[in-house]
Every structure is written in structure tokens, then in C-alpha cells.
Ligand binder design. Structure first.
Ligand code: C2E
Ligand code: MG
Ligand code: MG
Ligand code: MG
Length: 283
């Protein structure tokens, strides 16, 4: 009966709408929970930095450390950036949180030097949102000066996707950062389809090959072709190249063969607290 079918469809429609809004409000609540927690967490010292080493593939020489943010949430345990960075960006809290990251990572870098640990470089992830804050360049300059850190040893990583959406707005910021003497890296390269013109126009020093292209190595001929193309691009433009997400010895060997000589990933080390990394360090 048509009437009944119509009625059912309406009921179903209503049910769907209800379901949808319930899901939405659960997400909105979650977001609010994270947002409020971020400020409190910052004030209460709930954030931590883990570090992941970067290696020269052929001789496993340590090239540097990348700081990765962790949130030791009082109710939810250890949270990864994927669960809170976007909220921090949307609310602007990333400015303050990012300053904490920069300050803490640089203090750690200095401490490694003072303990005679040979860590040649420090990489810090930044959101482009931090570039919209006028004080960023000055802040980084003052932290480097305070700890007497060599600017060229500092690498600031921006994801390709975030850069390519906003090159026009943040080009000046990148230039100013570069003017401090620090290096600029494009993270997750290949996932965002940047224009080659942007690579030429902006002061980029380092390309990090997205882990999705490392994943299929050594077997996938598509991934081989993509990595080979990125290697050619980096060589031609005089940029350093690092592969991310290297998990197996075969992937490392294939990268080396394709001309990518630096890597990072679980094959060498998972991100960990500084003490743990140095306790585990191979002799
Ligand atoms: P990213 O900078 O590309 O960092 C690499 C991510 O891959 C990290 O995830 C790391 O734990 C993970 N990873 C490393 N090696 C392997 C591997 O061999 N296999 C697999 N499957 N994964 C691996 P994490 O720590 O969850 O960070 C995710 C992203 O969050 C980072 O990606 C970075 O874009 C962002 N992020 C991290 N810390 C900060 C920060 O302090 N500020 C900002 N703005 N973003 C940050
Ligand atoms: Mg990174
Ligand atoms: Mg990455
Ligand atoms: Mg990495």
C-alpha cells in the first residue's frame, strides 16, 4: 500500500535525521571536551614530546631527531596528535601549544648537546596556523638565541597539504623563518600534489616522502616510479630527501637503491621519550 510505504519512508527519514544529529552532537561534544581539555592540559603540564630518530640508510648513522607531540590526558591516557591537533588549530590554541613544543624541543636539544649526545639536528612540526601569528619568527629566534643553538641544525616541518592551501598567505612567514637560518621541510610530500612552481618559489630545503609511497616498496612498481620521480625532483632542485614510515629492511634497501639515502620509521625506531631512546641506543 502506497500510503503506508510513504509513511514508512517519512519515519525512516526522520529516524535518519535523528541518528545523524545524535552523531553530530556526539562529535561536537567530543570536540568541546578536547577543546576545554587543551587549555587545562597546557596549564597542568599534560603534554609530552616523543622523539623519533632519522638515519642515513647505508650506515645507520643518526642524522637527527623529530619531536612528536603527545598528550597525557588524565582520563583518556596518551593521545596522539591526530586526536587533538586539528581542534588546537581551529581554536587557535595551537599558537600557545606550538610555543610550548618549540621551547621544550629546543631545551631537550640543548640538553643532548650538554650531555655529549651527538644529535646533529632537531625537527619540529609546525601548523601553518602558527605562521599567522606575528610573533612566531621572533619567538623562534629568541629561543635559539637563549640556548645558543645553531639555526641550521633546526628543521621546521609543514605538511604539504597545509602549505599548498595557503602558500600565498604564508610565503612571507616561510621567508622570514628561513631568514633566521633554520631549514624548512615539506612533510608528507606527494600526498598533497603541490605545484612544482611552489617548490621553486618558496625557501624549501627538505622533502619528506610520504609514508604511503614507502609502504608498497620494494614490490610495487608504481611506488618505485613515484619515489624515483621525487628523487629526481629533489636532486634537480638541490633539496635533501628523507623517506618516512620505513618499516622493513627491504624497504630501506629499496629506497637506497632508488636514490633516497635518509630514512625514518619503525625499522629503526618508534618515537619514544628521550631517556628511553638513549637507553636503547645500539652501541
Ligand atoms: P609526521 O610529522 O609526518 O610524523 C610521522 C608520523 O608517523 C608520526 O605519527 C609517527 O609516530 C608515525 N610513524 C613514524 N614511523 C612510522 C612507521 O614506520 N610506520 C608507521 N605506520 N607510522 C610511523 P604521530 O606522532 O601520530 O604524528 C602525526 C602527525 O601529527 C605528524 O606527522 C605531524 O604532522 C603532526 N604533529 C606531531 N607533532 C606535532 C606538533 O608538535 N605540532 C604540530 N603542528 N603537528 C604535529
Ligand atoms: Mg613531521
Ligand atoms: Mg609525515
Ligand atoms: Mg616522520
Amino acid at each position: 500500500n502506497a500510503d503506508i510505504a510513504m509513511y514508512r519512508a517519512k519515519e525512516l527519514g526522520r529516524a535518519n535525521v535523528q541518528f545523524y544529529t545524535e552523531e553530530m552532537s556526539a562529535a561536537a561534544l567530543r570536540r568541546l571536551h578536547i577543546e576545554n581539555g587543551l587549555r587545562r592540559g597546557l596549564a597542568r603540564g599534560e603534554f609530552r614530546l616523543h622523539y623519533q630518530p632519522k638515519y642515513q640508510i647505508d650506515d645507520n648513522r643518526l642524522l637527527g631527531m623529530e619531536a612528536l607531540l603527545r598528550w597525557n590526558h588524565p582520563e583518556e591516557g596518551l593521545l596522539l596528535p591526530g586526536e587533538f591537533i586539528s581542534v588546537a588549530e581551529e581554536t587557535g590554541i595551537i599558537v600557545e601549544l606550538g610555543e610550548w613544543v618549540i621551547r621544550t624541543a629546543c631545551e631537550q636539544f640543548k640538553a643532548w648537546q650538554q650531555k655529549g649526545r651527538s644529535v646533529p639536528s632537531l625537527a619540529i612540526n609546525l601548523s601553518t596556523r602558527q605562521c599567522r601569528n606575528d610573533g612566531l619568527v621572533e619567538f623562534i629566534g629568541s629561543v635559539l638565541a637563549r640556548h645558543q643553538l645553531e639555526p641550521a641544525a633546526i628543521q621546521l616541518e609543514f605538511t604539504e597539504v597545509s602549505l599548498m592551501n595557503q602558500m600565498a598567505q604564508i610565503g612571507d612567514c616561510l621567508e622570514a623563518l628561513h631568514g633566521l637560518g633554520v631549514k624548512i621541510a615539506i612533510d608528507d610530500f606527494g600526498s598533497g600534489c603541490s605545484s612544482l612552481t611552489d617548490l621553486k618559489r618558496f625557501p624549501i630545503d627538505i622533502i619528506k616522502v610520504d609514508s604511503s609511497f614507502v609502504h608498497g616498496l620494494p614490490g610495487s612498481s608504481e611506488d618505485q616510479a613515484i619515489v624515483r620521480a621525487i628523487v629526481g625532483l629533489a636532486r634537480g632542485l638541490g633539496l635533501d630527501l628523507v623517506a618516512e614510515g620505513v618499516e622493513t629492511p627491504d624497504q630501506a634497501a629499496e629506497l637506497q637503491k632508488l636514490g633516497c639515502h635518509q630514512g625514518q620509521g619503525h625499522y629503526w625506531h618508534r618515537p619514544a621519550e628521550s631517556e628511553q631512546l638513549f637507553r636503547q641506543q645500539r652501541a
